[in-house]
Design a protein around this ligand. Structure first.
Ligand SMILES: Cc1cc2nc3c(=O)[nH]c(=O)nc-3n(C[C@H](O)[C@H](O)[C@H](O)COP(=O)(O)O)c2cc1C
Length: 361
């Protein structure tokens, strides 16, 4: 990894255009949306898009999900054959669609099966295999350290830990002590994840957990430049100014163009709406843009709405000015002590609300 910042896998969000955008804006590492290991699902448009890595910058990391060791091993091989340079195993997703099949974070309750899956995948491919977990099944069964030891024994190359249990879904504060305990317990790189939304929070989590890197999900939605902001802060202790309106306009236009190209029209127009909502929900005039972008049928109409939005935004100044404030409270670590000026923050409520989409994804 060129740096210690990763964009989290997010089904329905971290498609190829978004991963490429985050990488361009300072993320050292990006993981694809999860791909089901079930071979019957390989032919679907969704699976085909999720295994399309054309033009992606190395390392190309593909996340696979499933509960059957042999199927997971086959899925790993299948994805390596299609360009994956790292295979990431999903044991962190609480979504019903995944957990009904006892995959995702449901696997954490079955340590024997966890070991079998990791061994089978590790034996199937020669590329590095990584694992993404939660801290356990529920607050009474926080077995992340035991899982980490199994992962270490299986030769897992890096471990991402989201500081919530499966039962916590996306509710309540992230807990970083278990991530610190995992880092102490195993000699493999650990990536800390959960509720990191500002440069100060990234630094605080790195210090508190001793983790090697941080992974950022929802805070990157609508703000892919957060990676360069964090990288700059970690290197200098000072803040980068927010992007200029002109730069944001160019970045969003390029993102939309990639998006239309990747999904085609009209699916691209439809799927772009959520990105436009995230880009603009804490910017003046965002409501009008969202209305116009939501009724747009063609890419040209949607881009026209974006152009009008930025013309109006320029009246408020040359740089993006975020409205609202941010305060995320993590257990055992005072993230609020690291509060940042309004001009550099995003609304916590809006970021937290994005979790619902994870459960629906
Ligand atoms: C919309 C959405 C989709 C997600 N999809 C996945 C996924 O496919 N695989 C996975 O391991 N985690 C998934 N997650 C969990 C994130 O990778 C991450 O662990 C979680 O959002 C906490 O990080 P954050 O607070 O920085 O958002 C998803 C989260 C969201 C919000």
């Amino acid at each position: 990894m060129p740096n210690n910042l990763a964009v989290a896998p997010m089904a329905g969000v971290t498609d190829r255009p978004f991963r490429q955008l985050c990488r361009r804006l300072g993320a050292g590492y990006a993981v694809s949306e999860m791909v089901a290991s079930n071979p019957q699902l390989r032919g679907t448009d969704k699976s085909r898009r999720r295994t399309d890595h054309e033009g992606e910058v190395a390392p190309i990391a593909v996340q696979i999900a499933g509960a059957d060791p042999q199927q997971m091993a086959d899925a790993a091989r299948y994805n390596v054959d299609r360009g994956a340079q790292i295979i990431d195993i999903n044991m962190g997703c609480p979504a019903k669609k995944v957990c009904n099949a006892a995959a995702g974070s449901a696997l954490l309750a079955n340590e024997k099966l966890v070991g079998e899956i990791l061994d089978a995948v590790g034996a199937a491919v020669t590329v590095p295999v990584t694992l993404k977990i939660r801290t356990g099944s529920n607050p009474e069964l926080r077995n992340a350290v035991a899982i980490a030891r199994i992962a270490h024994a299986a030769g897992i190359a890096a471990l991402t830990v989201h500081g919530r249990t499966r039962a916590c879904a996306f509710v309540g504060a992230v807990e970083y002590d278990t991530i610190a305990a995992v880092k102490q317990a195993v000699a493999i790189p650990v990536i800390a994840n959960g509720d990191i939304g500002t440069p100060e929070q990234a630094k605080a989590v790195l210090l508190h957990t001793g983790a090697d890197a941080v992974m950022i999900g929802r805070a990157a939605q609508g703000r892919p430049w957060i990676f360069r902001e964090i990288a700059h802060y970690l290197a200098t202790g000072t803040h980068l100014p927010s992007p200029t309106v002109a730069e944001a306009r160019a970045l969003i236009a390029a993102h939309l163009a990639d998006h239309y190209d990747f999904y085609g029209e009209p699916a691209g127009v439809r799927i772009a709406r959520k990105h436009l909502r995230w880009y603009t929900e804490t910017l003046a005039g965002g409501a009008q843009l969202r209305h116009e972008a939501n009724v747009a049928i063609t890419a040209a109409e949607q881009m026209g709405a974006v152009d009008r939005f930025f013309d109006r935004l320029l009246v408020h100044g040359d740089r993006l000015e975020y409205l609202g404030d941010q305060c995320v409270t993590g257990q055992g670590i005072d993230l609020c002590a690291a509060i940042v000026p309004i001009s550099q923050s995003q609304s916590t409520t809006s970021i937290a609300n994005r979790a619902g989409e994870a459960l629906a994804a």
